[in-house]
Design a binder for this molecule. Structure first.
Ligand code: UDP
Length: 403
């Protein structure tokens, strides 16, 4: 099958470089590779953001990245990209109209890609599948005035949900949110993201650590909603243990990062500064070593659309204590692969971490079940299989061409 992916701001090529790639870059890169391994031909359309970028790049056998000229060829924040989505969609439609490569289906990632996909899809009779990755309603609820998304976002997300052929939700919580938004339930399928099971394994090297000191690890971009402040407060209730925070800017730039400074100040105020360590950004290939060094992964966001880090930890055999929000309520099975606690509740988080660190038998049981669960339910192979079935179903149905 010929599959087009549109990922307007998140290039899969950035994911290979590692450091500044978020979940979406990685998702598009790994999903495309998994589909290509199953024999599909994938083209990923992403915005050209540098003058020297080649028009196309063949990433692996079966996956080509196409750089779309829409807006200036320079980096632009995603919240400023909306005005260029019309040009993006029109350019893609022109490519498909000339007939040399016409996809059977187009899968859009993020709402703005959806706008471009619907435009090109309607012009060329190509069915559209949409994954939002994050929803404007949730962002606005938690970030309020700090949310810099275009104000049209929620309206477009609702309209897209009704215009596309199928919406992919990554977890049950997202289904509920989409239905509240007005997307018809019958148009939504749940297909979770996968995790790289070749890279993330229980056996292998780990970073050196103090064997006398239990290690609580947390991983993610340094943003407030990831809940590092609550974790630092929780550490008061977890004597002797160290808290290792991986992510954010490179280590030598942490001193200039406002949130890193705030967190260090908070650790001092709570008298846990000697037991809290900020590591900064870790390259992707080093991540398994960090997970394997941990006794437990703490994942304490206020909200989380999906959340890859618990799955990566689970694939390394590490139990997870997570807040019961978003995708984490699907991936972490309470009292089987880890434990769920209420969000923004340092006391509950601290008590749970302490209990688990005092109980090696339970940690081993959780870690073993975690590996099983990830291998069964979250391989990229499985995700690609499920999506390929959906692509086949939507492309079998007649699609209207709007001139
Ligand atoms: N990550 C990384 N190096 C770091 C911090 C994070 O490679 O220093 C990776 C992490 O392994 C995970 C991704 O970044 O694959 C974060 O994805 P997640 O879904 O947890 O959060 P997002 O950034 O999409 O909100």
């Amino acid at each position: 099958m010929r599959i087009a992916m549109i990922s307007e701001h998140a290039s899969p090529l950035a994911a290979l470089g590692g450091v500044d790639a978020g979940g979406q870059n990685l998702h598009v890169a790994e999903l495309s590779a998994a589909l290509a391994r199953q024999g599909h031909e994938v083209r990923v359309y992403t915005r050209r953001d540098a003058v020297r970028q080649p028009a196309t790049v063949e990433v692996t056998d079966g996956v080509t990245v196409v750089h779309v000229p829409a807006g200036p060829a320079e980096p632009i924040g995603k919240d400023q990209l909306l005005p260029y989505m019309g040009d993006f969609g029109a350019w893609v439609a022109r490519q498909w109209r000339d007939g040399t490569w016409v996809p059977d289906v187009v899968h859009a990632h993020f709402w703005m890609s959806g706008l471009a996909a619907v435009r090109a899809g309607r012009e060329c009779g190509v069915p559209v599948v949409q994954t939002y990755h994050a929803l404007g309603t949730i962002k606005r609820r938690y970030q309020g005035v700090k949310d810099t998304s275009p104000r049209e976002r929620v309206g477009y997300e609702r309209a897209l949900g009704r215009a596309v052929d199928r919406v992919i939700a990554q977890c049950r919580d997202e289904v509920a949110e989409l239905v509240r938004l007005g997307v018809p339930r019958g148009r939504i399928s749940v297909v979770p993201s996968g995790v790289d099971l070749q890279r993330f394994t229980p056996d292998g090297p780990q970073v050196p650590r103090d064997p006398e000191r239990p290690r609580v690890l947390t991983v993610g971009r340094l943003v407030e909603r990831k809940g590092y402040a609550e974790l630092i407060q929780a550490m008061r209730l977890v004597p002797k243990a160290e808290c290792v925070i991986v992510g954010g800017p490179p280590a030598d730039q942490l001193a200039r990062d406002p949130l890193a400074r705030e967190l260090r100040e908070l650790a001092r105020a709570h008298r846990v500064a000697g037991r809290v360590r900020l590591v900064g950004a870790v390259p992707r290939e080093q991540m398994p070593r960090w997970y394997r060094s941990a006794d437990v992964l703490a994942c304490a966001p206020w909200y989380e659309p999906f959340g890859l880090t618990p799955l990566e930890a689970m694939a390394c055999g590490v139990p997870v204590v997570a807040t019961a929000v978003g995708g984490l309520t699907d991936t972490v099975v309470d009292e089987l692969t880890g434990e769920l606690v209420p969000p923004r509740d340092p006391a509950a988080l601290g008590r749970t971490l302490r209990r688990l660190l005092d109980d090696p038998v339970r940690r081993l049981a959780y870690g073993t079940a975690a590996v099983d669960r990830v291998r069964q339910c979250y391989s990229w192979h499985r995700t690609a299989d499920q999506l390929a079935m959906i692509y086949a179903a939507v492309s079998a149905a007649p699609t209207e061409v709007v001139a």
